[in-house]
Write a protein that binds this ligand. Structure first.
Ligand code: C5P
Length: 211
């Protein structure tokens, strides 16, 4: 199975949303699963563009990496990477950013109140775009009713596949993952395995789907 001649986009990691020039809002995404997927796709011969949020992971061999900090930067980098044949949107994009974050907030006055504004949904935007990839894959980190929530997300976001992972345990930052692959035709539950193995299996599935 090969992905030679295919251009694949992967987003990975968290985003950091500045509160002011020295502080930020973040989440617990390590970027490990997304980086492993980028590596596995490159190993199958794909041209891989990896849009990475702030993580300290090394760039996988043969992968073009674009580093971003915020969701807005990630959205712009994704748009700039198009067209692609496949997109695997693994990043844990912050749902909100902080409004008005230009100056450092000083201690001593009233306790500050953060006002949040919604970030664009990069995946849903790509699903509606004129340059929608042939195969569009979203991820769903769920802590309860994993399959039900993830299947609903597949339809709501108009994506082809959802990889649902149960993050109620120690998945965030850990080396193993338990995922369910939800496609147009059904659900496959994969046994718990290392994130590298999840990545290889997903890359093989992607290659098979494009034949
Ligand atoms: O709705 P939820 O955030 O759980 O959806 C997760 C999926 O949507 C992931 O594939 C994630 O990369 C993508 N997403 C995105 N832009 C956002 C929020 C989520 O691309 N602002």
């Amino acid at each position: 199975m090969t992905l030679a001649g295919r251009h694949v986009l992967v987003t990975a990691g968290p985003t950091h949303e500045p509160i002011d020039p020295v502080r930020y809002l973040a989440n617990r995404s390590s970027g490990k699963q997304g980086f492993a997927i980028a590596a596995a796709l490159a190993a199958l011969g794909a041209r891989v563009t990896l849009v990475a949020g702030p993580v300290t992971l090394p760039t996988p061999e043969g992968v073009d990496r674009i580093d971003v900090e915020t969701a807005l930067e990630m959205a712009a980098a994704v748009e700039a990477a198009l067209p692609v044949d496949v997109a695997a949107m693994v990043a844990a994009v912050a749902d909100w950013r902080v409004e008005g974050s230009a100056q450092k907030i000083k201690k001593g006055g009233e306790t500050p109140v953060l006002r949040l504004v919604e970030n664009p949904d990069i995946l849903a935007t790509l699903a509606r775009s004129a340059q929608r990839p042939t195969l569009l894959i979203g991820f769903a980190a769920e802590t309860e009713r994993v399959l039900e929530h993830a299947s609903a997300k597949r339809e709501r976001k108009a994506v082809d596949w959802i990889v649902a992972n149960d993050v109620s345990g120690d998945v965030m930052g850990g080396a193993a993952n338990t995922v369910h692959l939800i496609t147009q035709t059904g659900v496959e539950s994969w046994e718990r395995m290392p994130k590298d193995a999840v990545a290889s299996r997903l890359a093989e599935r992607i290659a098979a789907a494009l034949v």
